[in-house]
Design a protein around this ligand. Structure first.
Ligand SMILES: Nc1ncnc2c1ncn2[C@@H]1O[C@H](COP(=O)(O)OP(=O)(O)OP(=O)(O)O)[C@@H](O)[C@H]1O
Ligand SMILES: N[C@@H](CCO)C(=O)O
Length: 316
């Protein structure tokens, strides 16, 4: 259920007519994804992804997100470039909602990644970090630890306990993490949500990274920590071969500084906190009978505990 808006054949053909993409052949709604409506569009010039921005994304930030895709694609990163309309615009409006067309990239997202795939993902995100350094857009991370702590405090211990009685115990730990959060690690633009479902793979190699809608200026090592927390627990428990491959892949493109290595366990707990908070907030906002799958914040409470226990060993 990820096509929220019905777009009739005539409206679609009119929209495609605004681009130099030939004639519309077909358009199929894409079921995956929860934030936006997406269609796979085929025209006489090829295949494209049409996204209609439904919620969460402030359209004032679209020039940043779409400009970033163009910048990274031009530098050879595996990301879809934006298709601009005949007037040069990267996005348009249909019935008051912003829409954008991006390149269709081949590949499928792994549900249980292999070490080879993790290595390729590590290298791909390092390439993004290097390529984004001279991108001239800026966006503050609005899900940094202090923000995510504020989200959890707003939910309140009582409501958090309705999700799981153990969940409120994260509150004092989160306050402590915020107090010790490093401020001076080397930065760039980071993806900050590179879960396996945001990576397309052809065999063992990354063919595309998508969903840059949380991209922001922040520490590069934090992005590696996010990716580590998102990739390396395929069955809920830590898979050291994946972790090793991911970090080795990253360092095949960009070496980590000592301060970054030392910070990784803390950064990984910060990554867990971000997903605990957004999942808890979504959980409390989503009625149990809604058709949208609620993601369990406790998965990331357990990962937090793992990083706390394992320390640097998780990144060797
Ligand atoms: N450029 C692309 N090339 C090929 N397939 C794509 C591309 N962009 C998106 N897709 C497909 O569309 C699906 C939904 O896209 P996406 O994950 O961006 O949805 P969303 O609702 O915007 O995001 P989310 O649910 O992660 O918040 C993806 O799982 C992927 O299969
Ligand atoms: N990828 C995130 C959702 C987007 O923030 C999660 O799995 O919780």
């Amino acid at each position: 259920m990820a096509v929220y808006t019905h777009l009739g054949a005539e409206a679609l053909a009119r929209l495609i007519g605004e681009y130099a993409l030939g004639e519309l052949i077909s358009a199929k709604g894409i079921a995956e994804g929860v934030s936006n409506s997406n269609w796979l569009v085929e025209t006489t010039k090829g295949r494209f992804i049409l996204t209609m921005y439904e919620r969460r994304i402030d359209t004032a930030q679209l020039p940043f997100f779409l400009g970033l895709l163009d910048h990274l694609a031009a530098k050879g990163c595996a990301v879809p470039a934006t298709i601009h309309d005949r007037s040069g615009a990267a996005f348009r409006h249909v019935d008051g909602k912003a829409v954008a067309l991006i390149e269709f990239l081949p590949g499928v997202s792994p549900s249980v990644p292999t070490a080879e795939q993790a290595r390729s993902a590590g290298a791909a995100i390092a390439r993004v970090h290097l390529a984004a350094k001279d991108f001239d857009g800026n966006r503050t991370n609005d899900l940094a630890p202090a923000d995510t702590l504020a989200i959890l405090e707003k939910c309140g211990a009582e409501k958090l306990a309705t999700i799981d009685p153990e969940l409120p115990a994260i509150l004092p730990l989160a306050s402590d993490l915020v107090a010790h959060w490093p401020q001076d690690l080397p930065g760039s633009i980071i993806h900050s949500d590179l879960f396996p479902d945001n990576v397309l793979m052809l065999g063992g190699e990354v063919s595309g990274m998508i969903d840059f809608y949380f991209a922001c200026n922040d520490a590069m090592a934090y992005d590696l920590a996010v990716t580590h927390a998102a990739w390396c627990f395929p069955e809920g428990t830590y898979d050291a071969a994946l972790g090793h491959a991911l970090v080795a892949g990253y360092e095949s493109i960009r070496s980590l500084e000592k301060t970054e290595r030392d910070a990784l366990p803390l950064l990984a707990r910060g990554a867990c906190l971000r997903f605990i908070a957004s999942r808890a907030e979504d959980w409390l906002d989503t009625p149990p009978d809604a058709q949208v799958l609620r993601k369990d914040p406790m998965e990331f409470v357990r990962r937090w505990q793992f990083y706390d226990d394992a320390g640097r060993e998780a990144f060797e």
